[in-house]
Each structure stands twice: as structure tokens, then as C-alpha cells.
Design a protein. Structure first.
Lengths: 113, 113
């Protein structure tokens, strides 16, 4: 399976600022995904990012708040903009490899004060 | 609408005893089913999946799961639990190829020595 890394692993940010999270994969993949895991809860899909096209956002998530880049087949970024304490979560990227199976990065733990 | 349910928020089991984590699903058609595990301060790790074929699938770390179409269930099992199996377990589903992954709410497993 793919080896996925995320930067930063954790951060503490002030409200009103923005944070860009990087996701790097050790092999080329077509589909990358970004999820949010709020404290004590399950995972919620934010968007699907395919190289060469605009990201597809799920209901409740908008590009202005969570802009995504996908410049090539091994890299993606998610920006959390104008942060509020409600954005405190774990943000995970994943990639699809083989028969619809997704493999996840280690996550970025974000605390907004 | 498709959904995944994990009826138990937490499962407690003594080390060496059998472990079962329950999962039921609701979807029209034949789903692809997955189990993931999340250790503390870690991302999600893929355990196993059911796509088609044999209803009993074997995965990592000695885990297995049985697909039961009549009961719409996909329970995760391990014959002899280890303290190191203590983690958060997620059942998830894709309705069909190319659709998004839907997660259950998660079940916390605590294996006591």
C-alpha cells in the first residue's frame, strides 16, 4: 500500500488565521481525499481531489473555507481558512489504491484557540 | 440513502477472549465493506475488505470479518484479543465503484490484561 505523510502533524492556531496542510504520497495516485474527524466523532469527507480538475466538495463544505490544490499525482494541500474553534479537528488525507480501497495518512491535529 | 451503523460505542473484553465488533449497513445493491482501526494519535489503518466472493474475509493482525447479506451485517472478529488491540474501530462502506466511503460512528475497544 502507499506510504502517505502529512505536514504538519499538529498545530495550534489563533482564530482568524489560515493553515495549509500538506499530503505527500510515495506513488502516483489518481484520487485523493480529505476528511475531517471532529473530537470523539467519525470521519466526514470534505472533498475529493483529482489531479487536473477542480476538487469536488461534499455538502456543508465550500471552496472558500477549504481550498484544495492538487498540482500533481503525488501531492495535495488542504487549507483551513479563517479558522474558528469549531475547526479544531483531525484532518486526514487518503488515497485510493486497488479495488476501491482507501489508505490514510497519519492525520493533522489542529487546535484553534 | 446508504448508512453504516456500529451499535456499540465501546466493547470491553479480557485479553485472550474472543473479540467481536458489530457493524450493520443499509444500502440498495451490493456494497463494498471495509474495516479500519485507529490507534491513539495515529491515522486510520486498513484491516480488511469485502468486495465479492467468500463471505469470510481475513485481514491484518489476526482479524477476520463475515459478510452476511441476509442480516446486512459485517461483524469484525478476532479469536483471542490482545491488549494491543485496544483502539478505535471503524466500519465503512462504498455503495458501488466510484462512490464515496461512508463511515460508521466507530467502536472503542478496550482489552484488559
Amino acid at each position: 500500500s502507499a506510504v502517505i505523510s502529512q505536514k504538519p502533524s499538529r498545530d495550534i492556531c489563533q482564530r482568524g488565521t489560515s493553515l495549509t496542510i500538506q499530503c505527500q504520497v510515495d506513488s502516483q495516485v489518481t484520487m485523493m481525499f480529505w476528511y475531517r474527524q471532529q473530537p470523539g466523532q467519525s470521519l466526514t469527507l470534505i472533498a475529493t481531489a483529482n489531479q487536473g480538475s477542480e476538487a469536488t466538495y461534499e455538502s456543508g463544505f465550500v471552496i472558500d473555507k477549504f481550498p484544495i490544490s492538487r498540482p500533481n499525482l503525488t501531492f495535495s494541500t488542504l487549507t483551513v481558512s479563517n479558522m474558528s474553534p469549531e475547526d479544531s479537528s483531525i484532518y486526514l488525507c487518503s488515497v485510493e489504491q486497488g479495488a476501491e480501497t482507501q489508505y490514510f495518512g497519519p492525520g493533522t491535529r489542529l487546535l484553534v484557540l | 440513502a446508504q448508512s453504516v451503523a456500529q451499535p456499540e460505542d465501546q466493547v470491553n473484553v479480557a485479553e485472550g477472549n474472543p473479540l467481536t465488533v458489530k457493524c450493520t449497513y443499509s444500502v440498495s445493491g451490493n456494497p463494498y465493506l471495509f474495516w479500519y482501526v485507529q490507534y491513539p494519535n495515529r491515522g486510520l489503518q486498513f484491516l480488511l475488505k469485502y468486495i465479492t466472493g467468500d463471505n469470510l474475509v481475513k485481514g491484518s493482525y489476526g482479524f477476520e470479518a463475515e459478510f452476511n447479506k441476509s442480516q446486512t451485517s459485517f461483524h469484525l472478529k478476532k479469536p483471542s484479543a490482545l491488549v494491543s488491540d485496544s483502539a478505535l474501530y471503524f466500519c465503512s462502506m462504498i455503495k458501488a465503484a466510484g462512490n464515496k466511503l461512508t463511515f460508521g460512528g466507530g467502536t472503542r475497544v478496550l482489552v484488559k490484561p
